[in-house]
Design a protein around this ligand. Sequence first.
Ligand code: PMP
Length: 387
Amino acid sequence: MNTVQPSAIRDLLALGADPAITSFGGGYPDATLFPRAALEGIFRDLLRDPSGDPLQYAPSDGLPRLRAQIAALMTQDGTPCAAEDVLILQGSQQGLDFAARMFVNPGDVIIVEDPTFLGALIAFAPSQPRYAAIPVDGDGMDIDALEATLAATPQARMLYTVPDFQNPTGVTLSLPRRHRLIDLANRHDLIVIEDTPYRHIRFAGDTLPTLKSLDTQGRVIHLGSFSKILVPALRLGWAVAAPHLLEKMGLLKVAADTQTSTLNMAAASLFLDRHDLAAHIATLRTAYRHKKEVMLDAIRHHFPQEVTVTDPEGGLFTWARFPEGFDATAFMRDHALPEARVAYVPGGTFFATTPRPNHARINFSAPSEDRIRAGIKALGHCLKTHL
Ligand code: PMP
């Protein structure tokens, strides 16, 4: 544990919780879109259930009905699977923890995108990995660079990727690259962790096949989540994987927490029975598409020309690149927070090997439209004053 340290920007981000600060920092969904009335009725009915089952222990792999419902969702999405291929997790974050425990010994190499999801680095840290970080461009992970890295790093065991609307950059792995990634994983005997919490929040372009659906050798562990399509507080995610891998993961599940909350699993299951998840997702897509447009419009108007941002086809984030030499952490501490009253996540923290401080992750899902407009205007003014 001596090697496991808190993120250096934790204290800075805590300042973003001040209501006077407009926070583009978190990865929170828009709370006004939570299906509160539906959940209120569901929880009331579950608590009144005469059997008491929703308050009882449940199988460690998850409620059978919910596993079947998730398998049906996955199958509809082009990744055919059955209930027994699904392990319910306490958020997809738990799958990241389990993956590292299953496949990574101290010093083993994990291949990640450069930049990658900070929460994955936090989950992997106790396993003491080394990293090979692969550059990302507008089409996701650079597969030529991956090929070269694998040739030079034969001991690599596990590859972690967020192929749809990546956190933090918002970019999506293109179809040809998905095929090449699977091909390389087969040639180099890699386990692939496919993390897809944003997959259904697509507001432009066509859905691409999951890596799991392209995997013929059982080497992809697919992680899904209800956090962005229902509510994060349920802490419900899932893994879909080959039986021998899922069985081992199931052992870690028993060790970690026995099972995911019965009440929360039952609530999600009843939501899927009673309500149209696809219609709810359609509402989310429309709302987030609009917020993304409001944010990018404001950025175009107010940011200095030399700052570039990604235009994601889905998800919750855009990724800003500032001129070389710009330190987004220092700028937030010295200017963005005290002068513009705005927070973002300084980008350096998302790089597994060499931090590049001239980046920031900017969230458009959580703040209201008015706060997006006002906050981006203030941040733009602040950037123009100091750049
Ligand atoms: N993976 C990625 C890429 C994420 O961005 C997040 C959360 N924002 C998670 C996993 C964890 O999500 P969950 O709430 O399902 O644990």
